[in-house]
Ligand binder design. Structure first.
Ligand code: SAH
Ligand code: SF4
Ligand code: F3S
Length: 545
């Protein structure tokens, strides 16, 4: 049987993008192919996010559409992967019989077998075969909910094998890749679903991480982003490391206590800290010209880490370190474990070590804020505005609080800030942050930045499609998407014309510049120098040097 074409859509965070890439790689190895057009697919997979209700609603509405389609196309296989599958489990299957397979983030290694089974089961079905449609062997696998406690050290960690089996080929990337260092989270911020969907924190063995970086660099990747919910708390104790079947196992993190330090090493034990890991990757994989990491947690961000970043020319001077609120009262209710004063002290400390605009290496900082957490008053809100002024983020994601079932805030606190108040506070902070972003951008005007070219700007891609580009004389540019979609074609009007390219600075600012269509694809995945002529709150605009 020829395997069906798969459409895979990813929602949520970078962790999910990486999971999608790994899953796509393992399915491709079995002969499946991918399409960017859901209508052309026999298998539709959604890798989902539960962090806010809105993210889940998008998937519910997609599933509603698929249910209609499936009536006339009973062979269609539908899978829900990731955090929603973990959170909703069997309940989602009952509400949406259209779903054949559900696989939580901790069970993704089992997807190929489940999918194969579902495709075979559905293959013989006829349209309007309603009773059989409903009973076509739905399978739901959840693993994180148990938080994988005792068994972790004893049994081989299959997920680690998924990361290890990553297929790295020069055609699979656009010069940039994610590498996981920590899975799960132990912080239990009171609003957050992630510890419930991703399970307990485990740290990958440093040897595996460095090997993966090397293999990516050998395949031409020059930008690597290390991923974890709280990357700076990475820690691997070699003395207690366990190998199963010759494979070093990931290691459980500590349960977070407000009073406990995280970066301290026990006497006599060899420990790889986050600072050690960064330093080793930098030293041993010089082919990575840009090394960054997300997300940082504001507590216990050691001077050792700042020192390594400062001493390493290829580590980006960029931190994404969410504050969530500018009010101590709210931070306590959120169980964040730091005060506004401590947060700002950390930013000052980081800037003291890393901010060197004089040598063209400013430190840029990005943040996240939640507005309308239970009990948030106008005074709390004003305190958050003040935090934005002090923090001077290059950008900040501002979210309206969304109660998530299963979290402490959902169970114990009343969602008492009315939606219109949340919306107003959100807009006020966005407007303020836009001003600050514009000021941060303006500092780059007239200077030259080194920019990593990601691709043709979306605006350009849309425009050429609207103009019906692709007519005679058009040139087709191919962009290898992040390995999930098959190569995407963007058609540009005329040879000799220029296209707008989008790129990123070391500090993750967006840069737009024009390039002749003939050379545009060759620039993707490279670092180029751009002279900045004009800036806005969102981006820097310039010309290629
Ligand atoms: N581990 C990261 C955040 C991961 S979730 C950290 O601790 O910083 C990404 C962002 O989503 C969070 O920073 C938070 O701002 C937002 N978020 C998480 N849960 C939310 C909720 N229930 N409602 C609104 N925003 C939420
Ligand atoms: Fe969620 Fe807090 Fe963990 Fe971040 S640190 S993932 S906000 S529980
Ligand atoms: Fe969403 Fe899960 Fe990531 S809830 S933000 S996809 S960890």
């Amino acid at each position: 049987m020829t395997p069906a074409k798969i459409y895979l859509e990813t929602f949520g965070c970078q962790m999910n993008e990486l999971d999608s890439e790994l899953v796509a790689g393992s399915l491709r190895a079995l002969g499946y192919t991918f399409t960017a057009d859901p209508q052309a697919a026999g298998v539709v997979l959604y890798n989902t996010c539960s962090v806010r209700e809105h993210a889940e609603q998008k998937v519910w509405s997609r599933l509603g559409e698929l249910a209609i389609r499936k009536r006339g196309e009973p062979g269609l296989v539908v899978g829900v992967l990731g955090c929603m599958a973990e959170r909703e489990g069997g309940a989602l299957m009952q509400r949406m019989p259209v779903v054949d397979v559900m696989v939580g983030p901790a069970e993704l290694d089992k997807l190929p077998a489940l999918l194969d089974n579902a495709v075979r089961t559905r293959a013989g079905m006829l349209a309007d075969d309603e009773p059989r449609l409903r009973s076509a062997g739905q399978v739901a696998l959840q693993g994180s909910a148990s938080r994988r406690t005792g068994t972790l050290a004893a049994a081989a960690d299959q997920l680690e094998l998924l990361d290890l089996s990553r297929a790295v080929s020069p055609d699979d990337h656009s010069g940039s890749a994610y590498v996981r260092i920590t899975r799960g989270c132990n912080k239990f911020c009171t609003y957050c679903v992630v510890p419930h969907t991703r399970g307990a924190e485990v740290h990958r063995p440093p040897g595996h991480i460095i090997d993966e970086c090397k293999r990516l660099a050998d395949a031409g990747v020059i930008e690597v982003t290390l991923l974890g919910q709280t990357v700076n708390h990475y820690r691997f104790e070699h003395g207690s490391a366990v190998a199963v079947g010759g494979v070093m196992q990931p290691q459980k993190g500590r349960v977070y206590k407000k009073s406990a330090g995280h970066t301290d090493a026990y006497a006599g034990e060899r420990v790889t800290t986050f600072a050690d890991l960064l330093g080793e990757i930098h030293e041993r994989v010089p082919g990575i010209r840009r090394l960054r990491f997300v997300t940082s947690y504001p507590r216990s961000f050691g001077d050792d880490v700042l020192g390594v970043i400062r001493a390493s020319p290829r580590i980006c001077r960029y931190l994404h370190v969410p504050a969530q609120s500018g009010s101590d009262r709210m931070l306590a209710a959120m169980n964040r474990g730091y005060t506004v004063g401590e947060y700002l002290e950390f930013l000052d400390r980081a800037r003291g070590v890393l901010d060197e605009p004089g040598i063209g290496r400013p430190l840029t900082v990005a943040g996240d804020i939640i507005v309308g957490f239970p009990g948030e008053t106008e005074a709390d809100h004003e305190a958050t505005a003040e935090l934005l002024r002090r923090a001077r983020y290059k950008n900040c994601f501002i979210f309206k609080y969304s109660p998530r079932p299963g979290t402490v805030a959902h169970e114990k606190l009343v969602d008492d800030v009315p939606d219109e108040v949340k919306r107003r506070r959100n807009n006020e902070l966005l407007a303020l942050q836009n001003q600050i972003s514009a000021q941060v951008s303006a500092e780059y005007a007239g200077g030259t930045v080194a920019a990593f070219v990601q691709g043709i700007s979306r605006r350009q891609a849309k425009q050429t499609r609207r103009e019906g580009g692709g007519g005679k004389g058009g040139v087709a540019l191919t962009i290898a998407g992040r390995a999930v979609q098959e190569v995407q074609e963007v058609v540009v009007p005329e040879v000799g014309e220029s296209v707008q390219m989008s790129a990123r600075t070391e500090g993750d600012l967006i840069v737009f510049f024009d390039a002749p269509a003939a050379v545009a694809t060759g620039l993707i995945g490279q670092i180029v120098n751009v002279r900045i002529e004009r800036t806005t709150d969102l981006a820097l605009h310039g010309r290629l040097c």
